[in-house]
Design a protein around this ligand. Structure first.
Ligand SMILES: *Cc1c(COP(=O)(O)O)cnc(C)c1O
Length: 390
């Protein structure tokens, strides 16, 4: 397809990574399961002369997702991993070695922090956390042995928007690798490599799945980093299961449609919540009064359906009354599925570069595909319970 490069993302999502006539005309690449791949002759075996050589290095199923994601992310290549967190580990271990210094945003997904403070520290990598809003000021934190900057924008609980161009500018000038956890926006709403990011991580568990039924991670890299990324992946053989890859490919085809609806419905609920007297503040970068709005508007093509809100101060009992009677919003971790979720959070205790001190309870919402009015009614009843319990 010569014209593919000029086509719109939603067209690419439909066609990327598929070769029906290599699969007897069937539209979807099937699930190839397997460890051993047979070589027809001794000469072929010695020369490793085959398109696939062993299950860990790739199958038509994994290759379909890798190549599709590479196209959608505008990358030089992609590797898969069995979870988003595993993908973060592969990206960090691609960029770092013993003796290096790493800069990580203080708003980072907490398990990333645990990986840095545990495994990386044990292997001689020192981590400094920085204020997510630091922008070009990050230059002051660069040491002679600094090798990489880890970004996540917006923060997946506290929703600070990072100035990616400013940070990438400093990183490029100082020869640092940039790694971005792009799970919230996906490449559809923030094309990472266009912004100069070297390694971009996506927890496919979230919107790529869209159905809360799989765990998967993806790391895409630009030309400069893909070879090292692939070598690191091969060293671990950190490959996901074939069913999960197949389901991710299925999710990919409808990703744009689902994200667009998540954006619409998420904004509708965020706006509705912002007008409630029980809500002190809504954190959603697409709302004009959100502190990160200007950056979001400048750099992003859309917003997904994950956002947070700070309630006005209330008792634990009132918060429990709010949460416990919910009929539609499930309470639990992860996000990006078809079912709406809500989860209380507090990033205060583990932050080191910034202070997180909301006026009242902090709640994170993942808006699903239920009807908007039904979701509002569920929350309206929850606020009534909260007030009654005060
Ligand atoms: C969930 C999440 C991950 C990790 O994904 P898993 O597949 O659950 O390991 C990484 N980053 C962010 C921002 C996430 O929300």
């Amino acid at each position: 397809m010569k014209r593919r490069k000029e086509m719109k993302p939603r067209t690419k999502l439909v066609h990327a990574g598929r070769h029906p006539f290599e699969q007897h005309g069937f539209i979807n690449t099937p699930i190839y399961r397997g460890s051993t791949v047979l070589f027809p002759t001794y000469a072929d075996l010695v020369a490793r002369n085959a398109r696939y050589v062993y299950g860990t290095t790739g199958t038509p199923t994994t290759e379909a997702l890798e190549s599709a994601w590479t196209e959608i992310a505008g990358a030089a290549g992609t590797v898969l991993a069995p979870s988003g967190l595993a993908a973060i580990g592969v990206a960090l271990l691609t960029a770092l070695k013993s003796g290096d210094h790493l800069l990580v945003t203080d708003s980072v997904y907490r398990p990333t922090r645990i990986f840095c403070d545990g495994v990386l520290k044990r292997f001689g990598v020192e981590t400094t956390y920085y204020d997510p809003l630091i922008g070009a000021g990050i230059e002051a934190l660069v040491k002679p042995n600094t090798r990489a900057v880890f970004l996540e924008t917006p923060g997946s609980q506290s929703f600070e928007m990072q100035d990616v161009p400013a940070i990438v500018g400093i990183a490029a000038a100082r020869g640092l690798a940039t790694i971005l956890d792009n799970t919230w926006a996906t490449p559809l709403f923030f094309p990472p490599h266009t912004f100069g990011i070297d390694l971009a991580v996506e927890a496919g568990t979230k919107y790529l799945s869209g159905h809360a039924d799989l765990l998967l991670g993806l790391v895409s890299a630009n030309e400069r980093w893909f070879k090292r990324l692939r070598a690191t992946f091969d060293a671990f053989a950190m490959c996901p299961g074939p069913e999960d890859v197949f389901l991710a490919l299925r999710g990919l085809r409808t990703l744009e449609l689902r994200l667009r609806e998540a954006q619409r419905q998420g904004l509708a609920l965020a706006t509705w919540l912002a007008a409630r007297p029980e809500v002190a503040r809504v954190l959603h970068p697409a709302l004009t009064d959100c502190p990160g709005h200007a950056i979001w508007k400048r750099d992003f093509r859309g917003a997904s359906g994950l956002f947070s809100a700070f309630l006005e101060p209330c008792s634990q009992q009132a918060l429990a009354a709010f949460l416990d009677g919910l009929e539609l919003f499930g309470m639990g971790y992860s996000w990006g599925g078809y079912e709406s979720l809500v989860v209380p959070f507090d990033c205060g205790p583990y932050r080191t570069a910034t202070v997180f001190d909301p006026p009242g309870p902090a709640l994170r919402f993942s808006v699903g595909l239920e009807d908007e009015e039904d979701l509002k009614a569920d929350l309206d009843a929850a606020f009534a319970r909260l007030r009654a319990a005060e």
